[in-house]
Design a protein around this ligand. Sequence first.
Ligand SMILES: *Cc1c(COP(=O)(O)O)cnc(C)c1O
Length: 427
Amino acid sequence: MSDTPNRGFSTLSLHAGATPDPATGARNTPIYQSSSFVFKSAEHAANLFGLKEVGYIYSRLTNPTISALQGRIAALEGGAGAVCCSSGHAAQLLALFPLMSPGKNVVASTRLYGGTLTQFTHTIKRFGWEAKFVDFDDAQAVENAIDENTRAVFCESIANPGGYITDLDAISAISDKAGLPLIVDNTTATPYLCNPIKHGATLVVHSATKYLTGNGSVTGGVVVDSGKFDWKASDKFPSLSQPEPAYHGLVFADTFGPMAFTFHGIAIGLRDLGMTMNPQGAHYTLMGIETLSLRMREHVKNAITIASWLEKNEHVEEVTYAGLPSSPYHDRVARICPNGASGLFTVALKGGYDACIKLIENLELFSHVANLGDAKSLIIHPASTTHSQLTEAEQIKAGAAPNLVRISIGIEDSDDLIADLEQALSK
Ligand SMILES: *Cc1c(COP(=O)(O)O)cnc(C)c1O
């Protein structure tokens, strides 16, 4: 499929990265539930280990089911290659790992998934890395935060939990000027709604746990590389531009060109960090992606209907959905995510914290879970859960103030969702 780049999104969702199984003709991509693969000869084995030939060795590195998924997501994002891994958080580490070293920093948006804020604030410090958080609506602040130790710029296209839309064109202009890769978490938007690479992103990361799989059955992650960044333009990225001792002095940027980051992600990242996706998980995500465009259209349609209804409700103070004309981010929708602003937003209630808890406890169709992007509608109170590690000031900056709930609109009949919200709000 890689030689047919002009196919449409829905066609690629069903076909990219896979052909009927060459061994059996199986139409659906089989689950290759095997940890290792038999070498054809001693020479074949040596070539695979030396990265002189591409093939399957051991499933911590590569596996045919996972390769199909990698090809599919790379095609949907318009990237050169992709590496799947065990979760969205693993994808973030896998993306940063080749770029960072002790003393280096990533300039990151204040509006991120709560778990990412925690990972970047506390955990990455143990590697000697640091995150510098700034408001990505303030381009000058982003530019000012970049220093000689910065190695990446990180944001979400549509930011969890508030559904804010990042001006990727403005941010990529800044990262380009600084000679730095821009990493965009495209989990909430999915490639159906937004293509960060078209707006200048170097790397795109996903939690495949969310809309990509779409039914809340697995955790998974992926790093997609645009293949466009010149790793040799400066001395900032020695893992990619300098000889690699573990592969007899091979230089990834020279040997693999636009696939350098992808090969590095597998041959060093998965090999040594080991946060591998499993073939069964890849199978569920492949199945989910088959219906991605259908689902996203329904998520967007329902989200507009329900956000508009909520905005007029007497108990509601504010709805943050960028799909609403009242949103300050509304004019970015057409440019950054032309197929819609996804199905995720927050609702601030006049009754504050207590009203949020009451709403959640009285809803019947909406499930109270720490997840989003499921075909089923979900709700959570971020301040006491996903964003509870933050101070109240940080919660407000992240769009997760104590008086709001985050809603992930599913693809149920919108009348039923409104009826459920109506009965719960009236209590
Ligand atoms: C869920 C999520 C993550 C983390 O993904 P996991 O699969 O839970 O590790 C990262 N970013 C965003 C935007 C998310 O919604």
